[in-house]
Design a protein around this ligand. Structure first.
Ligand code: HXC
Length: 257
């Protein structure tokens, strides 16, 4: 399939989506959202893909939702079109998604990164929710996911002042998984995704589901959900292979089933 706003490729068992609107610092217009959702859904459905990397350019992961596309809209347009709802599809992917963030991840760009499961940031990354400067607030989950990630103190600071966090602060605050030199952020993200994709795919997908359940369930329910999922993995060939390989002191050869 041909896309206009993103580049799509597959490297081994890893799908790579590169945002490609350099003229707008990868601002996320509707077409770009639809392309990201379509490309990642196809990867999610492909048995040969075990993880996805989403990245932007060195200057900008994404500078936000597309302000020019939104600026003239009224309430009824936003509501009737249920603006930003399409992003929900991205959060329902079952395979793990790694964000490789270099440069600006602002507004919807920061929110897109937070929809991913792992964030690898270049040391030049800048995260922010500057919507308050535009007279609005985050609209793609930022007020919720940022608060889950970094807690009330930092989230209020970011959302109310619109200031940016650099990569070091983002790592201290728990917003990003790792910080790496800017020049190698895509390479490091691909490596991490390759490691993930080399594991048993059902185990990796269910591990993602279990961690995400921690944001939805109380502790007792969450622990019960985990235990039931854990039990279910004993129905997989990969569990037999993984445990046999350990006993036989060799590397497992997962069949992803
Ligand atoms: C549309 C954008 C854009 C955006 C940048 N551009 N961000 N277009 N939507 N979010 C465009 C610029 O208009 C410009 O186009 C080109 O990209 C290059 O940007 P510059 O501003 O010239 O670059 P620079 O001076 O390096 O500044 C970089 C920047 C700045 C600090 C990231 O672009 C910026 O502040 N962008 C907006 C960030 C923001 O507010 N994001 C939140 C959006 S709202 P031209 O044609 O002029 O060359 C959001 C949440 C939605 O995401 C929730 C409800 C609103």
């Amino acid at each position: 399939q041909q896309y206009e706003n993103i580049l799509v490729e597959t490297r081994g068992r890893v799908g790579l989506v590169t945002l490609n609107r350099p003229q707008a610092l990868n601002a996320l217009n509707k077409a770009t959202m639809e392309e990201i959702v379509a490309a990642t859904a196809a990867m999610d459905a492909d048995p040969a893909v075990g993880a996805v990397v989403i990245t932007g350019s060195e200057k900008a992961f994404a500078a936000g939702a597309d302000i020019k596309e939104m600026s003239s809209k009224g309430y009824m347009d936003m509501y009737a079109e249920d603006w930003f709802r399409g992003w929900e599809s991205l959060t329902r992917l079952r395979i793990p998604v790694v964000a490789a963030v270099s440069g600006f991840a602002l507004g919807g760009g920061c929110e897109l990164a937070m929809m991913c499961d792992v964030i690898i940031a270049g040391d030049n990354a800048k995260f922010g929710q500057p919507e308050i400067n535009l007279g609005v607030i985050p609209g793609m989950g930022g007020s919720q996911r940022l608060t889950h990630a970094v807690g009330k103190a930092k989230a209020m600071d970011m959302v109310l002042t619109g200031r940016m966090m650099d990569a070091a602060e983002a790592e201290r605050a728990g917003l990003v998984s790792r910080v790496v030199p800017a020049a190698s952020v895509v390479e490091e993200a691909l490596k991490a995704a390759e490691v993930i994709a080399s594991k048993s795919k059902p185990a990796a997908m269910l591990a993602k589901e279990a961690v995400n359940a921690a944001f939805e369930l109380g502790l007792a329910q969450g622990v019960l959900f985990e235990r039931r999922v854990f039990h279910s993995l004993f129905a997989t060939e990969d569990q037999k292979e993984g445990m046999a390989a350990f006993s036989e002191k060799r590397q497992p050869e997962f069949k992803h089933r």
